[in-house]
Design a protein around this ligand. Sequence first.
Ligand SMILES: Nc1ncnc2c1ncn2[C@@H]1O[C@H](COP(=O)(O)OP(=O)(O)OP(=O)(O)O)[C@@H](O)[C@H]1O
Length: 265
Amino acid sequence: MSGEGLTVRDLRVTFDGFTAVDGVDLDIRPGDLRFLIGPNGAGKTTLVDAVTGLVKATGSVRFGDQDLLGRPVQKIARLGIGRTFQTATVFEELTVVQNLDIAAGAGRGIWTMLRRRKDVPEPVARALETIGLSDLRDRPAGVLAHGQKQWLEIGMLLVQDVRLLLLDEPVAGMSHDEREATGELLRRVSEDRTVVVIEHDMDFMRAYARSVSVLHAGKVLSEGSVAEVQADAKVQEVYLGRASEPEPTPRPAPAAAAASVAEEA
Ligand SMILES: Nc1ncnc2c1ncn2[C@@H]1O[C@H](COP(=O)(O)OP(=O)(O)OP(=O)(O)O)[C@@H](O)[C@H]1O
């Protein structure tokens, strides 16, 4: 495995006196496929927001030999750091290949990018292959299935030569087959890049994580392999302790996650 790793030290994010990320340390080695899990409100998305420059933070965040904290969002993106959000943000009216072409940018004019072409640039062709959308390259992105849109979005990061991908719940709302295909895609992508996945789906996490960090109340509660995290009594307590609370959003409930985390412990 190759690529750069992500090192986070004493990361803190505060919103009007409320500390959402409270002294987080992370060492994510090059080529890792790290899952960030934890109950709703644990600080997972805020942590990723801090790494990508969307919220102000203190502490230190390094990717390879580059300091990220305090740099503007665009500069961080230019250092090879890209993210997806829970809702895919593709251009629905444009074709798959046009979406990739625009993401690749590469100094071409807009009309060149929008023209339908037989030959696509090599990085775009490679991304199409990696995300499994070669056959659908000339379809408008708007007609793609939910899972395919997420893969296209990952492809849009690949053509930008992103070397650290931060993905926010990439399999939410996907079918079983789409989840499997996404897991395999993440494995391929992480062969020569570093991948961080925020996830609530514990089955998916167990099947594909190379390492796991559990966040709770803004802190790292536990870290290690899937087996180590599942065996950690603190993790079981946090999930099981919330089992009777109502779930505010229609995603897999902490109760289900708790059962799933604890199941093999
Ligand atoms: N812009 C903001 N202003 C104030 N509070 C915020 C802001 N963004 C997040 N928070 C709070 O910070 C805490 C952490 O939120 P965050 O979205 O990072 O959690 P999460 O672990 O990603 O949760 P989920 O799994 O539900 O997405 C929550 O209590 C949330 O309400």
